[in-house]
Design a protein around this ligand. Structure first.
Ligand SMILES: C[S@@+](CC[C@H](N)C(=O)[O-])C[C@H]1O[C@@H](n2cnc3c(N)ncnc32)[C@H](O)[C@@H]1O
Length: 165
């Protein structure tokens, strides 16, 4: 939640940490990098979202590449019953890549204002990529994962290679 006591409720203060870079040719595609040191706790960006109608989301958006730029978003139906949908994220939020081991950016939904605020989880050094966690169920091969050798040992091969006296 973006709290700003100088603003009435309808107004939300926007903030973006200065000196961020978008780099296009990383192993993860485009990504956001720190152009200067970022102290832990700094707000990195405040991004508006478009909350998608749950039916429209399942019928259409989930079948498009836009789906990879959406976040789970809690909502409610006409009777006030809680429902899950997705929200498309605008601004830099759509450009943060995933890191399984070393996320340096955390994010928080502001359901009332339909925003996500990103902030530094630790001190971030100039030149580091800013990464969040997408959770455990990735829809792509993680570029940070250790490379597989491509050779998978089958049990019958292991047995065949045991030397007998
Ligand atoms: C929200 S977008 C992030 C911006 C994206 N890199 C781009 O160029 O538009 C999510 C997509 O980025 C890529 N991505 C993010 N984290 C990754 C990772 N750890 N390894 C490989 N690809 C990643 C995947 O293609 C994923 O679907």
């Amino acid at each position: 939640m973006v709290a700003n006591n100088d603003c009435p409720d309808e107004k939300v203060a926007l903030a973006r940490f200065p000196g961020l870079h978008l780099i296009s040719n990383t192993p993860k595609g485009r990504g956001v990098f720190a152009g200067r040191d970022i102290p832990s706790g700094s707000v990195i960006d405040v991004c508006a979202v478009l909350v998608l109608d749950p039916v429209e989301n399942v019928k259409h958006i989930e079948n498009t590449s836009l789906y990879h730029y959406t976040y789970n978003w809690p909502t409610s139906d006409a009777d006030g019953k809680p429902k899950k949908t997705q929200a498309s994220i605008f601004g830099l939020g759509s450009m943060f890549n995933h890191s399984s081991e070393d996320q340096n950016v955390g994010w928080k939904r502001d359901l009332e204002h339909q925003l996500v605020t990103y902030s530094a989880l630790r001190d971030i050094r100039e030149g580091e990529e800013l990464c969040i966690s997408y959770g455990d169920h990735l829809t792509f091969v993680d570029a940070d994962a250790p490379a597989q050798s491509g050779w998978i040992e089958r049990p019958e091969d292991v047995l065949a290679n045991i030397e007998l006296d």
